[in-house]
Ligand binder design. Structure first.
Ligand code: CDP
Ligand code: MG
Length: 139
């Protein structure tokens, strides 16, 4: 299974703009299977823990505030080469630098409010998926 799963969130900006369905459709159309799915809202504390790796970065406080500001959709996705292929599908962190037909190019509004999260490694995909989902919630 290693290398076949990644974790994503549809961030509060994209949820607020009614783009949940559009983004899930792009994910499915790119060949990812949805293994787990949840519509929820993070507390500040939970968002802070999720992004703890960035806690020394200048954007951390703003990121935690934004990610707890409204509901998000969390999902575990399965596909061969899932982590790398999903990073390609979402595009660069800054939508101004994202390639055409990527999720961030189509739906992100700024480098901070950038529509989606995607894990950066197999190890983090496992950690992040387990932050949101128990074994009973994966299919
Ligand atoms: O999400 P990604 O892996 O592309 O970027 P990151 O470097 O891991 O940063 C995590 C998140 O922090 C980004 O998706 C942005 O929402 C936010 N960020 C920001 O607000 N300003 C930056 N200069 C870099 C990241
Ligand atoms: Mg990252």
């Amino acid at each position: 299974m290693l290398g076949n799963r990644t974790f994503t969130m549809i961030k509060p900006d994209a949820v607020a703009k009614n783009n949940i369905g559009n983004i899930l459709a792009m994910i499915n159309n790119a060949g990812f299977k949805i293994i787990a799915l949840k519509y929820t809202q993070l507390s500040r504390e939970q968002a802070g823990t999720f992004y703890e790796v960035h806690k020394e970065r200048p954007f951390y406080t703003e990121l935690v505030e934004f990610m707890s500001s409204g509901p998000i959709v969390a999902a575990i996705l399965e596909k061969n080469n899932a982590v790398a292929d999903f990073r390609t599908l979402i595009g660069a962190t800054d939508p101004a630098e994202a390639a055409e037909n990527t999720i961030r190019k189509k739906y992100a509004e700024s480098k901070g409010k950038n529509a989606v999260h995607g894990s950066d490694s197999d190890e983090n995909a496992q950690i992040e998926g387990s932050f949101f989902f128990s074994g009973l919630e994966r299919f």
